[in-house]
Design a protein around this ligand. Sequence first.
Ligand code: ACO
Length: 332
Amino acid sequence: MNNIGAGIAIIGCGSAAPQNKLTNENLSRMVETSDEWITSRTGMKIRHIANETESLSQLSADAAQKAIADAGLSPIDIDLIILATSTPDDLFGSASKVQSLLGATRAAAFDLTAACSGFVFALITASQFIRTGVYQNVVVIGADVVSRWVDWSDRTTCVLFGDGAGAIVCQASQTGDRLLAFEMRSDGSQNGCLNLPYQSQSQSLVSGITAQSGAYQPIMMNGREVYRFAVAKVPEAIEKAMYRAGLVIEDIDWLLLHQANQRILDAVAKRLKLSPEKILSNIGEYGNTSAASIPLALDAALREGKVKPGDTIATAGFGAGLTWSAAIFKWG
Ligand code: ACO
């Protein structure tokens, strides 16, 4: 409680993905599609699909454990865990289960639901707890097992999604703030573009009183609308965040977007007048992993030695809600 005004350093990263890989060839035997269509429209080749023993909680804990080790910390050092997910193992939340799997016994833990924007929303939320001096070490996890909610007979959505988890450790820092600026937005008037809707069935309890018992339906998406929305709103949000940070596009080392579609990544970079070499993408190997996609791509870029301490990263999430968010941070 004595750290008011602390800056934020992002000091560790880790990721985890299910073992089974579903290729474009596999999909072309399930629905009327082809490797050529999927590759040219999305850039995707492979997605990882969780089996019956791979839970959202375990994938999240595996990613978080690696991030905590990468930061040189122990689970007992962690004060708070924020789990960004839209596909928890339990609708009451999976963050506490992750806390227990990690042995992070001092940490409070909660879920945050903002679909594909979840990771950036969670990073921004974590930063508030650090800046107010409440917490020292916060783990932010983005994880989704979207394969549970895909209609595997719908070619317009089933080729897009995969499963995974990624995590970072944010730490209070007295030597400068590495989260330079952010922007968070929502537009519920476009909520119908992308849904995993609940469908209720009336169950009569006593005369005049019914309970609405039901079940969630598979993902429904208006792909074209979401595409248009992303290409228009994401550059705007990044530009706002850059302005607040006092930066220009030449100051950005890497563009780290939600990995929804290679064409969206390319179009956003083009609008920002950012060189294509600065786009971080692992879409070919993972598909769209919703809240997991940003930390998964960051972890891959760190392991490949692309992102280095001090690099300036522009990140942005976008998706269901509709929601979108951008943040500019320095790694390390
Ligand atoms: N294989 C072959 N043909 C297909 C497939 C497929 N898998 N899917 C659709 N088609 C067909 C359509 O039926 C259509 O045929 P028609 O012209 O005869 O009607 C044709 O291909 C073109 O379809 P479009 O939907 O216009 O294709 P588009 O070029 O827009 O690409 C895509 C579709 C890839 C979904 C794109 O719109 C997109 O990426 N949208 C954004 C998705 C996104 O960003 N989601 C992020 C959020 S996810 C979240 O928040 C959980």
